[in-house]
Design a protein around this ligand. Structure first.
Ligand code: UD2
Ligand code: MN
Length: 595
């Protein structure tokens, strides 16, 4: 018995599917990421790639009335303090929610729009360098989770604006299953409406974390070189050519740009000191000074130099080499550790890792990570445990003795990574320490967990030129701004009290850095997260943002990252509480810094 009906209907279905895919082939690409049998990582069907085709004229720029013309020679961009001003409750909401969701000033990010000028932070000698024109092409891979759309699109446009089209093969955005709706609808619409032809958008079906996320992205890439970036970067002038040149010369070179600093509170772009990557035995990445011997070449600080490790987010690697080298450890989850893993692997298995100071890319360094991992797992520890067991030989004891709690913790199956190490004929960790990172002391100290900007700008505020010195006197109450308790108490609030012209603890210093320093001890600081909190006295960090104050023309005391003015809450209340509020020029918001 033969079922002709069944045969007919299955043929019909095949035909219909064939027609459908042929019609949509341009738009939908299906592929599987080669996850090599890791438990917990299901072989899964990859979501469609949304790709736009045509190239439209320039995207209509967001109006940015706040930006002063930039002096390109400056090492720091001059943004108007007005950029962060809060005009109404909607602004307030954007700013406060922005800090909660993204840990940086989203109000300013939105106002900057998707295109902006940034200062050319390279050493002037870099501009005299020339690079070959026949360079390999680049696929830029950006994996993101719950990113602020303005920061993401500014990353994308900075690449489109500052990369020669013939070198840019594509930009692959991997949405790591973000929760925010704007990242689904708005982004897709934006890419489609503006027909940004080089941008491909891939959506993960499940949250994978940045490590597998990047693997998904790279599996879709077809350019010669992969360039990984975080989703809150801005690339600078001639950023790509020096990276590609080094890879062209030696395809076993993995190269990083120098990471400039985009301030999380003000979005000011500034040049970074020349540093390289290291780590401590807590397996935290850290920045190290570059040995003078490495900078003493004929070109000084413009020559690429070797780096024992990379920070992780920003690097370029030949695509074939990335695959041969074993991509990433797909058993690692969400965040952390993959940067040391790939650094060790590069050096131990025949490659080299370099930082190229003539290539500059800015990155928003956030003070905390605004997201967790599913189940609240410490993925950094889990990932570090995996890498220590695969790569660190007897030196994993250095780590485990600092983290005895991890000795018994499960770290999944690492057999494939051990095989990879064998297959690639890699050297020992001792070789790496002896030859690549001889500065590393055995039994070193533990360090910090957060990703910090290089040599976090702990400038001594006392060194900055003093502009004014005196009491901060409120015009409505005729009282002075002082510490509620002690001027040397970190975290203490400030209030207005009767002025005492003999008390040096009431004296403020206002310096060129726009710090307000009380009694030459602590700085007036405004929390970035909670603008409803009152300002506090904190250790001076010298990096502006939460400690940047301007004494306005109408006697206002304006806080740049809060976008608000200081006011006395209730002039009749003897407690003298002050708070930040929308600037309205009222008497309660008027201050004089006087002797
Ligand atoms: C640094 C690296 C980062 C990564 C990390 C260690 C730089 C400038 N940044 O931390 O790239 O190597 O160290 O793992 O070197 N993301 C996802 N899914 C997630 C979590 C994050 O897609 O589940 C994205 C995120 O949106 C961002 C990127 O991964 O684009 C890096 O995350 P981050 O910016 O929070 O990491 P960062 O800069 O603190
Ligand atoms: Mn980042």
């Amino acid at each position: 018995y033969f079922c002709y009906g069944c045969l007919f209907s299955s043929l019909l279905w095949t035909f219909l599917l064939f027609i459908y895919f042929n019609l949509n082939w341009e738009k939908y690409t299906f592929s599987n990421v080669p996850f090599q049998g890791n438990p917990g990582v299901a072989q899964k069907f990859q979501p469609p790639v949304i790709q736009s085709h045509k190239w439209l004229p320039e995207f209509q720029q967001h109006g940015t009335p706040f930006i002063k013309p930039i002096n390109k020679e400056l090492k720091e961009i001059e943004l108007s303090p007005e950029l962060g001003r809060i005009f109404n409750e909607a602004d307030q909401e954007i700013r406060d929610m922005g800090y909660q969701k993204h840990a940086f000033n989203v109000l300013i990010s939105n106002r900057l729009g998707y295109h902006r000028d940034i200062p050319d932070t390279r050493d002037p000698k870099c501009k005299e360098k020339s690079y070959p024109t026949d360079l390999p092409s680049a696929s830029v891979v950006i994996c993101f989770y719950n990113e602020a759309i303005s920061a993401l699109l500014r990353t994308v446009h900075s690449i489109l604006d500052r990369t020669p089209a013939y070198l840019l093969h594509e930009i692959i955005l991997v949405d790591d299953r973000s929760d925010f709706i704007e990242l689904k609808d708005e982004l897709e619409k934006y890419i489609d409406n503006n027909q940004i032809k080089k941008v491909k958008l891939i959506r993960n079906v499940m949250r994978e974390g940045l490590i597998r996320g990047r693997m998904v992205g790279s599996s879709h890439a077809t350019g010669d070189v992969l360039v990984f970036l975080d989703s809150h970067c801005e690339v600078n002038e001639m950023w790509l050519q020096p990276l590609l040149t080094l890879i062209k010369e030696d395809h076993h070179s993995v190269v990083c740009p120098l990471i400039d600093i985009i301030n999380a509170d003000t979005l000011i772009y500034s040049s970074s000191p020349i540093v390289r990557g290291g780590f401590n035995w807590g397996l935290h990445f850290k920045w190290d000074p570059v040995p003078v011997s490495l900078l003493n070449g004929p070109e000084g600080a413009t020559e690429p130099f070797k780096s024992p490790t990379m920070a992780g987010g920003l690097f370029a690697i030949n695509r074939d080499y990335f695959n041969k080298l074993g991509q990433y450890d797909s058993g690692m989850d969400i965040w952390g550790g993959e940067n040391l893993e790939i650094s060790f692997r590069i050096w131990m298995c025949g490659g080299q890792l370099k930082i190229v100071p003539c290539s500059r890319v800015g990155h928003i360094f956030r003070k905390w990570r605004p997201y967790g991992s599913p189940g609240g797992v410490d993925t950094m520890a889990y990932n570090s445990l995996r890498l220590s067991h695969v790569w660190m030989d007897e030196y994993k004891e250095q780590y485990l003795s600092l983290r005895p709690d991890l000795r018994k913790q499960n770290y999944g199956d690492i057999s494939e990574r051990l095989e990879l190490r064998k297959k690639l004929n890699c050297t020992s960790f001792k070789w790496y320490l002896d030859n690549v990172y001889p500065e590393m002391k055995i039994n070193g100290l533990n360090g910090k967990a957060r990703m910090q900007p290089p040599l976090f700008m702990n400038k001594n505020p006392k060194r900055s030129k003093i502009l004014q010195r005196g009491r901060l006197y409120n015009l409505q109450t005729s009282k002075c701004l002082v510490a509620q308790k002690y001027p040397d108490q970190k975290g203490g609030i400030v209030v207005v009290k009767e002025c005492d012209w003999t008390d040096s603890n009431q004296v403020w210093i206002y310096n060129e850095e726009h710090d307000l320093i009380l009694a030459n001890l602590l700085c007036l600081d405004m929390s970035e997260t909670h603008s409803s909190d009152s300002p506090r006295l904190m250790k001076c960090h010298g990096s502006g943002g939460s400690q940047h104050w301007t004494l306005g023309a109408n006697n206002s005391l304006y806080q740049i990252s809060a976008g608000q003015c200081l006011k006395v809450i209730d002039p009749d209340n003897p407690k003298g509480y002050v708070a930040m509020a929308i600037c309205d020029g009222s008497r309660s918001q008027q201050w004089k810094l006087d002797n």
